[in-house]
Structure formats: C-alpha cells, structure tokens
Design a protein around this ligand. Structure first.
Ligand code: ADP
Ligand code: ASP
Ligand code: MG
Length: 323
C-alpha cells in the first residue's frame, strides 16, 4: 500500500458540518491506507473571494506581497478546523501551512510555481501515524516570503504532493461527480467522462474548465500520478485523469469549455515594423502575464491593429505595461 493524497475544495469545507463529513471520509481513507493520508484543503466556501473584495475596498491595486499574505489565511482556517475534527474522531492529525509542508515556490506573488517540495517533516508525521492536513494554494520562497499559486491552485498543491510522496493516486473531491463533457452547472445535458487523458484534460483546463487547475494536470503527467476527480457528497466513482494512448481514445471531441474571465486589449495604429510585436509580447511575458488569443489585422498604410486577450486579473497591469 502507499500514501494517498486527498484534496477537498471550498464547497466541501464550506461550514463546520461539512468539515465533520470530510473528517469521516478521511478517517475511512486512513483505515484503508495505513501508510498514510495527506489531506489538502482549500479555504472555506467563498472565503478567498471575500478576502479579495476586502483588499479591493482598501486599495485599487493591492500590494502583491500583502495580497498573498492575506489570501493564504483562508486555507489556514480550514486546515486547523479539519485537524480538530479529525482529532475528535480519535485520529492523530496535524495541520501544516504550505511553508511548514516544505512547499518551495519561485519568487513571484499571486501565481507562483512550485519548484521543490521538501517532504522530510511531512514524512516524519506520516511515519508517526498522523493524518497530515496541508493548506492548499500556498507556498514559500527560499527567502521566506509567502506566495500563492493562482486561483484554484489547491489542486496543484495536492497533485504536487502526491508526486513528491510517490503516491500513485490523488483524489480531488469537489462539488460535481467528475469531469463532464462541459460544465454540468451550465449545461443540463453534460455527460460524465469515466476517464480522460492528461492531454485532453490539460487542454480543457487551460481553456477554462474550472474543475482542475491546469498546473495540477501538468504535474500529474510529469509524475504519472492518476487524478481521480470525484464528488465529496457521494461515494460514486468519478473521472480518472491518466495516461492514455491515442488509440484508446475513440471520440473526435472530448469536451467543450468557455472562459468567461478573459479581457481584450486592442492597440490601434501600431507601426508595421519587425520587432514591434516582439516588444509588446516580450514585455508582457517578462511580467509573467500570459497572452492567449492574438489577432493582427493588415492595413494598407504601414500600420496595424493588434488585439489580444489576457486573464481579467492581469488587465490593469497589462494596460499599464502596454501604455
Ligand atoms: P473546488 O472548490 O472543489 O475546487 P471548483 O469550483 O474549482 O471546485 O471546480 C468545480 C466546478 O468546475 C464545478 O462546480 C463546475 O461548475 C465547474 N466545471 C467547469 N467545467 C467543468 C467540466 N467540464 N466538468 C466538471 N466541472 C466543470
Ligand atoms: N482558495 C483558493 C481559491 O479560491 C484556492 C483553491 O480553492 O484552490 O482560488
Ligand atoms: Mg477548484
């Protein structure tokens, strides 16, 4: 048997009653996985949104360092409450922040990538029989700054931990029964997929299917971790995200997705000279802003219009840079 990593999203831990239910589910997993259970949790319900809005009430462009300091508190509430609920069931449980769990990230606020996980301390707790409850979505830089991994980033914490601990499966518990052909909360006829390849899932996630954070899928592919996306409210089998050969995939289309958080920027009358577009997109890349769709029109008079999309959270910064 091996370690299992389970992740519970915000809706699964939205109140103390739900946290108790999660605790029971974790206790069952502990009975089945004597080598250890690591649980990753998100902030309760809409906590992260509430924190973002409070910051915006005080500042139009909150300082990125302080923003990460603020947002990281959400997950800290859930880990401590879940640990208490587990202890109440008679289990040994300990909570760890991202920093305590050894999650080292690059030096970038609000969308840092994990560069390394030092699992020594976490593994020591596991070997002593503790359920380890880790705060999702956060890490720490080598110079002790708290960072966050981008909205929805707890999935990535869980899958990265599974990779570091060589856990073959990472269970992602959420508010739907698995990965569907499209968002089941928007389209009544959406169908649940029993399995999906890393490549298909990565594409859906990058194009806006919120159910998994895109980097969690990249990470799973890298470490060959199977992700089991399933409901935290029932015991049904969910969707397995795993390596699949092209031949095994019989469908021409796997899913449809929409990203409603894109913002469009348009530059008018850009001189039609080699190097101008590189300057625009290179500068944005240096600021870690990823550009999605680019449309460049051709005009007769030696100038162009260039329009492109960025995530709406990056709009203000991108506008400033472009100006
Ligand atoms: P959690 O808080 O558990 O991380 P999220 O809200 O981040 O949950 O992700 C789950 C949501 O993703 C679902 O409630 C659903 O509305 C949305 N979603 C979008 N596309 C899909 C899809 N193709 N399959 C399943 N869920 C999807
Ligand atoms: N709490 C964070 C968010 O709302 C991270 C997560 O839920 O995965 O984006
Ligand atoms: Mg999520």
């Amino acid at each position: 048997m091996s370690v299992i990593v389970q992740k519970f999203g915000g809706t699964s831990v939205a109140n103390t009653e739900k946290i108790q239910k999660v605790a029971h589910r974790v206790a069952e997993a502990q009975a089945r996985h004597p080598e250890g259970v690591v649980v990753v949790v998100s902030a309760m319900g809409k906590t992260t949104d509430v924190l973002v809005n409070m910051a915006k009430e005080l500042s139009s462009r909150p300082d990125p360092r302080e923003m990460d300091m603020l947002l990281a508190t959400g997950e800290q509430v859930s880990i401590s409450l879940l640990s208490m609920a587990l202890q109440e069931l008679g289990l040994k449980a300990v909570s760890m922040t991202g920093a305590q769990a050894g999650i080292i990230t690059e030096n970038l606020h609000s969308k840092a990538k994990i560069v390394h996980i030092d699992t020594d301390e976490l593994s020591r707790f596991l070997s002593e029989g503790y359920v380890v409850v880790v705060a999702g979505f956060q890490g720490v830089t080598t110079d002790h700054q708290i960072t966050t991994l981008g909205r929805g980033g707890s999935d990535t914490t869980a899958v990265a931990l599974a990779g570091a601990l060589k856990a073959p499966v990472c269970e992602i518990f959420t508010d739907v029964d698995g990965v569907y052909t499209t968002d089941p909360n928007s389209v009544a006829g959406a169908q649940k997929l029993s399995e999906i390849s890393y490549e298909e899932m990565l594409e859906l996630a990058q194009l806006g299917a919120q159910v998994l954070h895109p980097r969690s899928v990249e990470c799973a592919k890298k470490y060959k971790t199977v992700i089991h996306v399933r409901s935290s409210f029932n015991l049904h089998e969910g969707t397995y995200v795993k390596a699949m050969k092209d031949l095994e995939i019989q469908r021409p289309v796997t899913g449809v997705t929409a990203d409603c958080k894109q913002a469009k920027l348009a530059l008018k009358d850009v001189p039609d000279r080699p190097g101008i577009a590189a300057k625009v997109f290179g500068t944005l890349a240096q600021a870690n802003i990823s550009v999605d769709m680019i449309i460049q029109s051709v005009q007769e008079d030696l100038s162009n219009d260039i329009a492109f999309t960025v995530h709406e959270d990056d709009l203000d910064q991108a506008t400033e840079i472009i100006k």
